[in-house]
Structure formats: structure tokens, C-alpha cells
Ligand binder design. Structure first.
Ligand SMILES: *Cc1c(COP(=O)(O)O)cnc(C)c1O
Length: 463
């Protein structure tokens, strides 16, 4: 037996992600020893509601039987094999089903979101090169966009805190205005702001399309920017402009895919003038793809992009690889997720319908929060809720996180934006607990920061 606590041993042995480790001197990491449904249980038996789906990955709660059983069954068949020169039933079935759901095929696999971004960027530029257009190798991202933290993904990510230290390592992309209506200049309506974001894209493409391979964006919700939600009309314009100027559109659905925004994929809410959902040239998927149980990501693309690689010359192939590409266990978890979406309950409702009902209820329960005098912008889409709090104290997010944890809630505000991104399985009682906790923790933390003498204000990193 090691006498030190799990938290202390973790502090010594584990380098935690997205963390200034010194913070853990004062606030050690919480050791979770069990997870069931939306609930986590720590080593002291305290229950914590996972209101952010463990960083946006968990769809159906922890220890969800269909996923557990699928993985267990697969373990006895094929655990893992390389996917170069070999294939296996789960990866074939998953690829067919993702193609049927999106209209894009040729699924290429990796293990995390950032790798999916890398793959989409490399595929786009390489396809132009194969087509005799090697000068098309630049990328466009949006203001506040987040696409992961490996060097290529970071180069299209516009979160200064994550990017600044590595700036000399990156080949930065162009960053164009976000359609997020909160970015509008004072007195500018959301419609005019949207039109000007579209105009900025057109202006950029007129000047630079010959060197541009692709535009990458998060459809409908820019998560890491603080759940910035924008009008699907922007995506219709993106499709039209990318077609007009011969530039690929990469839809990063890593966070918003798998029903998070109310449709199976977020871009499917963008309808062209004929009422048909627009289709990107690439779709990046990860996070919810396995229900948050195993690491897996996929990039889907068009027949045209695929055809640009299909050749007798080896060097024209997409020679990218990861050791765990198409891991059978992860593919089985993903198939169990798709089966869950395809199933209906006794009342004939599928997950999307049940989510709509649950969302309407939770939106009602959070009315007092949305109408709180210190809430500047309350917004909701599908299974995402966000509230911008009128607070300037830089330690607000860290204080809220810690106070929420003590109240039995896992919540991590982004700056002054409080948000909820729950698993799709909250009971009515869980919803009430979450809605009441959100508000009471807010009041407690506001009272705490309002009482701070301004001279004491110090920037504490987010835990
Ligand atoms: C989380 C996320 C990524 C990166 O995925 P990782 O698995 O964390 O590498 C990329 N894009 C978006 C939109 C994300 O939310």
C-alpha cells in the first residue's frame, strides 16, 4: 500500500492536460474511482454530476451497457490489428454506416480529434498537389476557432492562450471574422454582422483562392471560443463561396457531431435555397463517436478528393498512418453508438426526439439563470446551453469550477462563459439538481468575487 493519497501520487507521476500543474499544490486533482450514467464517484464516495460529458465526449452516460457489451464481445474476436493491408468487420461496417449518414465516404481513421484535423488538412493540400495545383496549400480558419493542439491543428486554431508559446513552431493560417453575433460592433445587428462575415470571406477568397487549399470551421457552435452559436446561413454561404472559388470546406464536427446540436451532424441544419442540406468536402469526427469510451476519430471525404489520390504512383496515395488506425474495439463502440441512435423506445421516440423533450424541460428549469441580472447572453442549441456572465474577475472560471465541484457538479466555465454540455441521459431529478446548482453556485461565486478588493486580483490559470 502506498500511504500517499491518489491525488498526491497523481500530482507526482501524472502530467495533467490543459493544466498549470502548480495549481494542484493548492487544489489537488479529484480522484474518480467509479462512473455510472452521468455520475462520477470520487475516492471518498462523493457523487459528482458530469455536466460537461467529460470534455464533450460522453453521450449516453458512463458504463453504458450496449457499448460495454459490444467492446467485450469484440475483445474475444479481434482486439487490434494493423489496418494497412488488413481489414476487419467493425471498420467496414462503421465506414459504410458513416457514409450512409453523411453522404461522404472513404473513412480514414485516427485516435483523436487533433489527428483528424491534421488528416483533413494534409488530404486537402495533397489532393490539390496531385491535381497539379501544388500552390494551393494555405488554410483559412475563423476567429475563435478551435481544431486541436498538435502543431498543424494549432496553426488553424485561434485561441491565443493555447497558441502563443508555440507561435514560432507554426505556419499560421488566415483568420477570418466569426459569424458569432456577439462579435458584432456596437449598434450592428446580427443580420448585418453575418453579412459582413460572409463578405469578409468573399473578399479574402477573391484575393487568395489560388493559394488556398481549404477553409476549416466548427459548424454552428464554436466550442472552445465559449459556445459561440451562429446562424446556419453562414454555412450555406461558405458552401457557395468555396464552390465558386475552388476551395475545400472542412467541417470540424468533432464536438458538435452525434446529435449535440439537435441534428445528427450540425452542418445538416444548413439548407440551401432548394431546402437540401449542404455537404462539406471533409467531415472530421471524434469525441462522441464512441460514446466517450474509447479514443477514435474519422475523416470522411468526397469521391472527388478520393479520386485525386487513386493512381498507380505510390507517392500520389495518402501515406499517412497511425498505429491504432481503425482499432476494432473502438469501431465496435462506435457501432453501438449508431445502433443507439437508430433505436426507438416504446413510445416510438429516438434519441433525437427524446433529447428535444429533455432540452425543452432543461431550458425551462434554467429560466431563472437565463434571467439573472448578471447574465448578458443566454443561448441554447440542441444539448448545449451557455450563459455569458457579467464579471471581469479573471479567477471567475477557476472559482466557479471549484465551487461547483464542492456542490457535486463537474462544470468548467470558459472565461466568463458558463456552459452545460450534458450526457443525453439526465433524469428529471438530475436536471433539477443541475439547474439549481448552476444558479446557486453562480450566486455564491459572484458574492465571493464581488467582495474581492480590486488590488487583490491576480490571474489564476484555469484548473
Ligand atoms: C476537442 C476538439 C478537437 C480536438 O480533439 P482532441 O481529441 O482533443 O484532439 C478538435 N476540434 C474541436 C471542434 C474540438 O472540440
Amino acid at each position: 500500500m502506498n500511504a500517499a493519497s491518489l491525488a498526491e501520487r497523481s500530482r507526482q507521476a501524472v502530467w495533467h492536460p490543459c493544466t498549470q500543474m502548480k495549481v494542484h499544490e493548492q487544489w489537488p486533482p479529484r480522484a474518480i474511482v467509479r462512473a455510472e450514467g452521468p455520475w462520477l464517484v470520487d475516492e471518498h464516495g462523493h457523487r459528482i454530476l458530469d455536466a460537461v460529458s467529460s470534455w464533450w465526449v460522453n453521450l449516453f452516460g458512463h458504463n453504458f451497457a450496449p457499448i460495454r457489451e459490444a467492446i467485450t464481445d469484440q475483445l474475444g474476436q479481434v482486439d487490434h490489428i494493423m489496418l494497412a493491408g488488413l481489414t476487419h468487420p467493425p471498420v467496414v461496417a462503421l465506414s459504410e454506416r458513416l457514409a450512409a449518414l453523411t453522404g461522404l465516404g472513404h473513412a480514414f481513421y485516427a485516435s483523436d480529434g487533433a489527428s483528424a484535423t491534421e488528416i483533413a488538412l494534409k488530404m486537402s493540400a495533397h489532393s490539390w498537389r496531385n491535381l497539379g495545383r501544388p500552390e494551393k496549400h494555405q488554410f483559412i480558419g475563423l476567429q475563435g476557432g478551435y481544431h486541436g493542439e498538435t502543431a498543424g491543428a494549432l496553426s488553424v486554431t485561434d485561441i491565443p492562450l493555447f497558441r502563443e508559446a508555440y507561435a514560432p513552431l507554426l505556419r499560421l493560417s488566415a483568420t477570418l471574422p466569426s459569424p458569432d453575433p456577439r462579435q458584432a460592433e456596437p449598434g450592428v445587428s446580427p443580420e448585418v454582422h453575418l453579412a459582413s462575415a460572409i463578405e469578409a470571406l468573399r473578399t479574402y477568397l477573391v484575393a487568395h483562392h489560388e493559394r488556398t487549399a481549404a477553409l476549416i470551421l466548427e459548424p454552428l457552435v464554436q466550442g472552445a471560443a465559449g459556445m459561440a452559436m451562429y446562424d446556419p446561413a453562414y454555412l450555406v454561404a461558405v458552401r457557395r463561396l468555396c464552390d465558386e472559388f475552388g476551395v475545400h470546406w472542412i467541417a470540424d464536427e468533432i464536438a458538435v457531431g452525434f446529435a449535440r446540436t439537435g441534428t445528427m451532424f450540425a452542418h445538416q441544419q444548413a439548407l440551401d435555397p432548394d431546402g437540401i442540406a449542404v455537404k462539406p468536402d471533409f467531415i472530421c469526427l471524434s469525441k462522441g463517436i464512441t460514446g466517450g469510451v474509447l479514443p477514435l476519430s474519422a475523416v470522411l471525404t468526397t469521391d472527388a478528393v478520393y479520386a485525386a489520390f487513386y493512381d498507380d504512383r505510390t507517392a500520389h496515395g495518402f501515406l499517412h498512418s497511425h498505429s491504432y488506425t481503425g482499432n476494432p474495439l473502438a469501431c465496435r463502440a462506435a457501432l453501438a453508438v449508431l445502433d443507439t441512435f437508430a433505436a426507438r423506445d416504446e413510445q416510438g421516440r429516438d434519441v433525437l426526439v427524446r433529447n428535444r423533450e429533455a432540452a425543452a424541460r432543461f431550458t425551462r428549469l434554467t429560466q431563472p439563470l437565463s434571467q439573472h441580472p448578471r447574465v448578458k447572453a443566454a443561448r441554447h442549441l440542441g444539448m448545449i446551453w451557455a450563459w455569458d456572465i457579467d464579471v471581469t474577475e479573471p479567477t471567475f472560471a477557476a472559482r466557479y469550477h471549484r465551487a461547483a465541484m464542492d456542490a457535486g457538479l463537474l462544470l468548467r466555465p470558459i472565461g466568463s462563459t458558463l456552459y452545460v454540455m450534458p450526457p443525453y441521459v439526465l433524469s428529471d431529478a438530475d436536471q433539477v439538481f443541475l439547474a439549481e446548482g448552476l444558479l446557486s453556485v453562480l450566486n455564491a461565486v459572484l458574492a465571493e468575487v464581488d467582495a474581492l478588493p480590486s488590488s487583490q486580483v491576480a490571474v489564476l490559470p484555469v484548473p
